[in-house]
Design a protein around this ligand. Structure first.
Ligand code: PGA
Length: 258
């Protein structure tokens, strides 16, 4: 049982974080099946963080059950800390292997995750190439997003403009506080990251944002009901005509008219 509002973006309030995970995972699996049947590649934009873990778990289950063919699936992750070793346990490279890629039959050459090992002088070129690779793949068919407590999408922190592209950014204090436990304290937490931009995200054909828990309720309310503003980068999703926001009741609790 879930509620779908008439809002733009579409908002789906499900009974639990598991229900959100099931719906999101089913949508991604269906897209891959449909595009495989039409002999088309599927280009996915992928997210990290606590929220998508359940979705990936459910997705792996469906992929095995349906014997999904990943030979034409190409992925681009949103972000990575900088600097960050690919084998570090806190890296998003590690996260993606542990939570998804080690469990599905995806071609390693089809996986793209921003590189946190670059020297600083190479980052600008690398980011331009990341954008080009997305274009060369045909653009992102479906972008999965979480949302930060501060309204960030990817690591597009408050202050990120609608025309931003893949780039090196400084992390917001709230983002670093939230990540501190994984790094053994805030002083060990990276202060920078490489992230796709808001414009990169908005070019995806379809976007699904998932959020659960009351810590996200304020950012979610701002995203849906607040003014569109660089202060809450997720509000830019309102300019996209194919976005669904999947919420559990706790994350949805401040939305005005559900
Ligand atoms: P979380 O992160 O899923 O760990 O809450 C979401 C985000 O910051 O985008």
């Amino acid at each position: 049982m879930h509620i779908v509002t008439q809002k733009k973006p579409e908002v789906v309030i499900a009974e639990s974080d598991r229900a959100i995970a099931r719906m999101g995972a089913a949508e991604i699996a269906n897209l891959i099946q449909m595009r495989n049947a039409a002999d088309l590649p599927t280009v996915l934009g992928l997210a990290t963080g606590k929220t998508p873990i359940l979705l990936y778990r459910e997705f792996i289950r469906i992929a095995h059950e349906k014997a999904l063919d990943f030979s034409r699936v190409i992925t681009f992750n949103l972000d990575e800390y900088y600097p960050m070793n690919t084998h570090s346990l806190q890296s998003y490279h590690h996260f993606m292997r542990a939570n998804l890629f080690d469990h599905i039959d995806i071609h390693p050459a089809h996986i793209h995750i921003p590189d946190g090992t670059l020297s600083r002088k190479d980052i600008a070129n690398y980011c331009a190439e990341y954008e080009e690779k997305i274009q060369q793949a045909g653009g992102i068919n479906l972008q999965l997003l979480g949302i930060g407590e501060n309204g960030h999408i990817g690591f597009n922190e408050p202050g990120s403009d609608v025309d931003t592209r893949t780039r090196l950014v400084t992390l917001d204090p709230i983002t670093r506080q939230n990540a501190a436990a994984e790094f053994g304290g805030e002083t060990n937490t990276p202060s920078e990251a490489i992230t796709m931009g808001v414009a990169t995200i908005l070019e995806a054909q379809r976007i699904i944002l998932i959020a659960s828990g009351s810590k996200k309720a304020h950012a979610v309310q701002q995203t849906i009901d607040g003014p569109v503003s660089t202060n809450v980068p997720a509000t830019y999703l309102r300019s996209h005509n194919n976005v669904t926001i999947y919420l559990d009741p706790a994350a949805a609790k401040h939305i005005k008219s559900a």
